[in-house]
Design a protein around this ligand. Structure first.
Ligand SMILES: Nc1ncnc2c1ncn2[C@@H]1O[C@H](COP(=O)(O)OP(=O)(O)OP(=O)(O)O)[C@@H](O)[C@H]1O
Ligand SMILES: [Mg+2]
Length: 379
C-alpha cells in the first residue's frame, strides 16, 4: 500500500531553490529567458504541461505528446486519508470498495467538487508523468488547464488553487470550447465564425468563436454522466435490472446511439445484473435502438441549447457557421448517429473531430506553446 500511495505525493525538493542557485552560478548571457516578460526561467528547469482536467478523464500533453490519459478518479484510504490509487487503477475500484476505501471523482459537472481530492489527483498525475525521467528536484511547472466556459469566479479559483497547490508555478487557464476549437484545427483568431460543441462527461459546452474570443456560449449539465444515468434508469424501468455506473457506461460505449436506424449496426449488449423483484441474476439484451430511445430527451436538451446559441449569433458569423459546419468534440461526440441527428435538426452540417476525446487537451497544448501570443489565455 505504501508503494502505491507514494505515487500520489510530490517531490520533496523545490525547483525554486535550484532556480535561484543557478541564476547565480550561470552567467547572465547564457541564461535562456522565456519570451514572457517577467517569467524569466531556464528552459531546462521549466516543465510545460497542458492539462485537460475533465469530469471523466484527465489528459496531459507535454511537448506535443500525450503523456497521460486516465479517468479522473482517486481512491482514498478512509483511515489515513491518503491516496492509494489514481486513474485507471482507481476506476477498477470504483463501486467495488469496502468501508475502508472510498473512490472519489473530484470533478462534477465540469468543475471541482472536492478540492482536496482534485489537488491530490493533479499532484499524483504530474508525479506519474515525471516518474519516467526522475530528477533530483521538481522543475518549475508551467501549466495550462482547461475550464468550462460557464465557470463562476469561485470555480475558476478552485482550479487555479488546486493546480498551484499541486506544484504549478505558472498557471494559465483556457476556456474548454476555445481549446477544443484549437485542437480541432480551427483558426480561432480569424475574423470568421466557428462553432464547437464539446460533449464531455459533466458538461456540454457550446460556443461561437471569432477573433480569438467567445462571442456566444452556453454550458449545460447534460453530457456523458447524464447519458449513463439515463441508461441505468432505463434498465431499471424496462428490464427490471439494476446496473452500476461502470456497466451502464460500458453499454453506452458498446451500443450508444441517438438515432433508431444506423448504417453500421453494433451487436446488442448483454447486460447482467440482479432482477429488482427477485434478486436472481438475469441477462438482458440491449439494442442500440433502445439506447437511442432512452437518450432521446437528453439529446433534445443539447439540440435546443445549440439552437439557442445559434439564435443569439450575429448574422455574419451565423453565415460562416452555415458554410463551415459545426464541430463536435468530447467523448459524447462518439455516440453513433449524433452528427446525423444534429445536422437534420439544425439544418447545418455537423462534423465529428478526428480524435474527439483529446481535442481539448491538444488545443490546450497548442495554447501553451503560444502562451505569449494568445490573449484569451487567463493568468
Ligand atoms: N464511444 C463512446 N460513446 C459514447 N460516449 C462515450 C464514448 N467514449 C467515451 N464516452 C463518454 O464520454 C465522456 C468522457 O468524455 P470527455 O473525456 O470528453 O469528458 P471530460 O472532458 O472528462 O468531461 P468534461 O469536459 O465535462 O469535464 C464519458 O461520459 C464517457 O462515458
Ligand atoms: Mg472535457
Amino acid at each position: 500500500m505504501s508503494k502505491i500511495s507514494s505515487d500520489c505525493k510530490g517531490n520533496i525538493f523545490s525547483s525554486e531553490y535550484f532556480f535561484v542557485l543557478l541564476t547565480r552560478i550561470i552567467p547572465k548571457e547564457k541564461q535562456d529567458y522565456k519570451q514572457d516578460g517577467q517569467n524569466m526561467a531556464f528552459s531546462f528547469l521549466t516543465q510545460e504541461l497542458a492539462i485537460d482536467l475533465g469530469t471523466a478523464n484527465t489528459v496531459i500533453f507535454q511537448n506535443d505528446q500525450i503523456v497521460l490519459d486516465e479517468p479522473s478518479i482517486v481512491a482514498i484510504d478512509n483511515n489515513t486519508g491518503k491516496c492509494i490509487a489514481l486513474g485507471q487503477k482507481a476506476k477498477l475500484m470504483h463501486e467495488r470498495v469496502n468501508p475502508g476505501i472510498k473512490t472519489i471523482r473530484p470533478l462534477r459537472d465540469g468543475v471541482i467538487a472536492d478540492f482536496n481530492a482534485a489537488e491530490m489527483m493533479i499532484r499524483g498525475f504530474i508525479k506519474q508523468v515525471n516518474s519516467k525521467h526522475r530528477s533530483l528536484f521538481n522543475p518549475n511547472l508551467r501549466i495550462v488547464v482547461g475550464i468550462p466556459s460557464g465557470s463562476t469566479e469561485v470555480e475558476i479559483r478552485a482550479v487555479r488553487d488546486s493546480s498551484e497547490h499541486a506544484g504549478g508555478r505558472d498557471v494559465f487557464l483556457i476556456y474548454e470550447p476555445m481549446a477544443a476549437a484549437l485542437g480541432i484545427g480551427l483558426d480561432v483568431e480569424a475574423p470568421k465564425g466557428n462553432m464547437v460543441v464539446d460533449i464531455g462527461g459533466g458538461t456540454t459546452e457550446i460556443a461561437v468563436i471569432s477573433l480569438g474570443g467567445i462571442v456566444e456560449q452556453d454550458s449545460i449539465r447534460t453530457a456523458g454522466d447524464v447519458f449513463t444515468s439515463d441508461i441505468q434508469y432505463y434498465l431499471k424501468q424496462q428490464h427490471n435490472i439494476k446496473v452500476g455506473e461502470i456497466t451502464a457506461e460500458k453499454i453506452k460505449i458498446a451500443v450508444g446511439a441517438v438515432i433508431p436506424e444506423l448504417d453500421d449496426e453494433p451487436e446488442p449488449f448483454i447486460a447482467r445484473g440482479p432482477n429488482l423483484m427477485t434478486a436472481h441474476p438475469v441477462d438482458a439484451t440491449i439494442t442500440y435502438q433502445e439506447i437511442a430511445h432512452c437518450l432521446d430527451k437528453s439529446v433534445a436538451k443539447i439540440e435546443s441549447s445549440v439552437l439557442h446559441v445559434l439564435e443569439q449569433t450575429p448574422p455574419e458569423l451565423y453565415s460562416d457557421i452555415v458554410e463551415n459546419g459545426i464541430f463536435l468534440s468530447g467523448g459524447g461526440a462518439l455516440l453513433r448517429g449524433l452528427d446525423k441527428r444534429l445536422s437534420e435538426k439544425v439544418n447545418i452540417p455537423f462534423h465529428v473531430a478526428e480524435d474527439p476525446l483529446r481535442a481539448v487537451a491538444r488545443g490546450t497544448c497548442i495554447a501553451l506553446k503560444n502562451a505569449a501570443n494568445y490573449s484569451f489565455l487567463m493568468r
